[in-house]
Design a protein around this ligand. Structure first.
Ligand SMILES: [Cu+2]
Length: 150
């Protein structure tokens, strides 16, 4: 077999594969999975955790979150204070790089649910919306539980 034959075979193979791909342009490349929230009593706080998967070739940005379960909903990051103790603070946005996975988890990014409007009990679920710059508002349903089992 000569080299030009192999090259043509390779180009043909790539072309067939390109055309057999499903068209997904109309769908959001952002998916949110493994959504869970800490239990909390009315007037106390809770936090929401999840995994953001960006399958797109374009970066996106989380601009905020909403939930009717809490008076105030903020996106927070955890950080180490000078005395080595952990603190947390609000962030105005969180970048989600192209073709990447970003985990919201204890000790890292989380959605803070401040002043719960009702008891949020383990074994129930909680609705929230995560707002992205490009993907728009994505609804999530969190499983309320203590630290999820590994
Ligand atoms: Cu927080």
């Amino acid at each position: 077999m000569n080299k030009s034959f192999l090259l043509i075979a390779a180009i043909t193979f790539v072309t067939i594969n390109l055309f057999s791909q499903p068209i997904t342009n109309h769908q959001s490349p952002i998916t949110i999975k493994d959504v869970w929230a800490r239990p909390g009593a009315k007037n106390a706080n809770s936090a929401l955790y999840f995994v953001v998967q960006n399958n797109g070739s374009k970066a996106d940005t989380i601009l905020g979150a909403k939930s009717k379960y809490a008076e105030i909903v903020e996106v927070h990051e955890s950080f180490k204070r000078d005395n080595d103790r952990m603190g947390m603070r609000q962030v105005k946005f969180v970048a989600v790089a192209a073709n990447s996975k970003l985990e919201f988890k204890p000790g890292g990014f989380h959605v803070m649910l401040i002043n719960l409007l009702k008891d949020v009990k383990a074994g129930t679920s909680l609705d929230a919306t995560i707002n992205f710059k490009f993907a728009g508002k994505i609804k999530v349903k969190a499983v309320v539980q203590d630290m999820p089992g590994m």
